[in-house]
Design a protein around this ligand. Structure first.
Ligand code: HPA
Length: 234
């Protein structure tokens, strides 16, 4: 047990998928894992461990934003020995060629501020994905026929953004989409020599103003879970 995770030693797999929403963790575990067992419910942050194609996997919520993800990823890595951490989440598209429901595999993540700023200080560290995971996820997405983009994303600290100029700069510099967690996940993975990737589904569009109807989100989310599982184990 840690401060935020109630799982007993050994109850968390080496591979952890991390959606922001704890109820998405429950949904994905019940849909994709064999014999899913709830291993955490502290503060309502649900985690489940089961198997997929014979491989042990945990699906655990991260909460929204980098400070929340940082708590769970730190404890999963340092206390439970997680080796491979894959964020599965939604993002807002920042380029016209990126469409609703497309998948973005985040090669790098630009950020203004993360819980790791304290140790990086003036250094502009470049958080990046694990290549083997990125490569495997791309192959899995291609095999499924899911329209997929690979490139840089922006991990923001705010959903209700009062700095539209920052988004404009991101779009101008080719950033594919915006979410709120990946940069810290990549930074922690680098610090602890673990593998990390963010697989994101486009749920809304900052350029066109479109948003995915809620009934569509589940199907798109399922594709993303399968891509993440193939990336981890293929
Ligand atoms: N901004 C930040 N995070 C997000 C967004 C967004 O537009 N969409 C999904 N996650």
């Amino acid at each position: 047990m840690t401060i935020h995770i109630g799982a007993k030693p050994g109850e968390i797999a080496e591979t952890v998928l991390m959606p922001g929403d704890p109820y998405r963790a429950k949904w994905a575990a019940e849909k994709f894992l064999k014999n899913p067992m709830c291993i955490n419910e502290v503060r309502g942050m649900l985690g489940f461990t089961g198997t997929w194609n014979g491989n042990r996997v945990t699906i655990h919520g991260s909460g929204m934003g980098m400070p929340s993800l940082s708590i769970y990823a730190n404890e999963l890595i340092s206390d439970y020995g997680a080796q491979t951490l894959i964020r599965i989440g939604s993002c807002g598209a920042m380029q016209p060629q990126v469409k609703l429901r497309d998948v973005i595999l985040a090669m790098t993540s630009t950020t203004l501020s993360t819980p790791s700023r304290g140790i990086m200080r003036e250094l502009n560290f470049a958080p990046c994905a694990d290549w083997s995971l990125l490569h495997a996820a791309f192959k899995a997405a291609e095999a499924k026929g899911t329209p997929t983009h690979v490139g840089g994303i922006y991990s923001s600290d705010v959903f209700y953004d009062e700095r539209p100029d920052l988004n404009e700069q991101m779009t101008r510099h080719g950033i594919l989409g915006v979410e709120m967690e990946a940069a810290e996940l990549y930074t922690l993975a680098a610090r602890h020599n673990r593998r990390a990737l963010a697989v994101l589904t486009v749920s809304d569009h900052l350029v066109t103003g479109e948003a995915l109807p809620s009934e569509d989100r589940e199907r798109s989310f399922g594709d993303m879970v399968e891509i993440a599982l193939h990336a981890a184990f293929d």
